[in-house]
Design a protein around this ligand. Sequence first.
Ligand code: PLP
Length: 396
Amino acid sequence: MAITPLMPVYPRCGVRPVRGEGVYLIGERGERYLDFASGIAVNLLGHGHPHLTKAIADQAATLMHVSNLYGSPQGEALAQRLVDNSFADTVFFTNSGAEAVECAIKTARRYHFAGGDTHKTTLITFKNAFHGRTIGTISATDQEKLRSGFEPLLPGFKVVEFDNLEAAKAAVDDSTAGFLVEPVQGEGGIRPASQAFMQGLRRICDERDLMLVLDEVQCGVARTGTLYAYEHYGIEPDILASAKGIGGGFPMGACLATEKAARGMVIGTHGSTYGGNPLAMAAGQAVLDVVLEPGFLEHVQQMGDRLRQALEQMIPNHDHLFDSVRGLGLMLGIKLKSDSRAFVAHLRDQHGLLTVAAGDNVVRILPPLVIDESHIAECIEKLSAGARDYAPAQAA
Ligand SMILES: *Cc1c(COP(=O)(O)O)cnc(C)c1O
């Protein structure tokens, strides 16, 4: 048999982590890595955070799973907390980002259905977006590498240029249900939307009774220095998908919506066996305990500013390699003048620094939000050393 027991869909690298300690990952041979990838923006509190691990252990011993057929004091409490701290009036819990986006898409379509506008089914989405790997969420993107071989995909999506308000406006027709957009594109290369774009989408939605659906799976939950990234834009969405950081490493997601947007999501319209189980709710509460503590968001903003300044100071010293820095808060990217995947591998293998490659030759810098100045200094040191001894041609 030639196929590996783990279905070979990932190009797995040589790092094989077996333990995590705060901002560090430890490999099978005891080697240490500075983890500025955070499992792709997941481990907000780093690894082994005592409050999160205790909450999960205690809840696992008390009650792990019950069906959504029963009342959920744990789900009600976490939903209430998200409602109290966001635009939303109601929350559906999922187990992943793609499921949160699926619920968001269904909620948007069902809004129009409930209003009698059964023809308003199309979401306008954006080039280089990433919304997950289900049939529905790959249908929402134009990325060939995600779609190829999985056709027929779902109708009901129209893809236009990101951050181009005129293109978005021109795409609206009588079948439009709304827009689905990442306020900061993650996989697409850490590209924050402009203020004018996000505010313009909101305005179009208000004028034409459309749903503004945000995919904040990567940029949400304090990553950009606000609980959700829409807060930077002075607007509120109708529907929002959250995941990744929301469980701090425990698999969970959430679809948030206003009362108006959720008018079609009545009994029997949606469901999930695991979604919102007590164990996930305990993880979500523990993450929010830390993130909503006074001073935490300020800490993220401050660390984001320091890291960004340090990156901006560093890049002119290596201008054969680095082009520019972009992002918001602790969701940062360095645009390279050559392939970012090879440089990410070099940093990992030669300098013990974990980052993530993204589209547009960007190296994503996504540290746990609990970093301090010493981790920033260590990251800059490793990046500079990596840039000095990097020869693109010979890197694997
Ligand atoms: C990661 C991601 C998803 C998919 O999340 P999964 O948990 O892998 O299903 C969706 N949207 C965005 C913006 C993401 O970054």
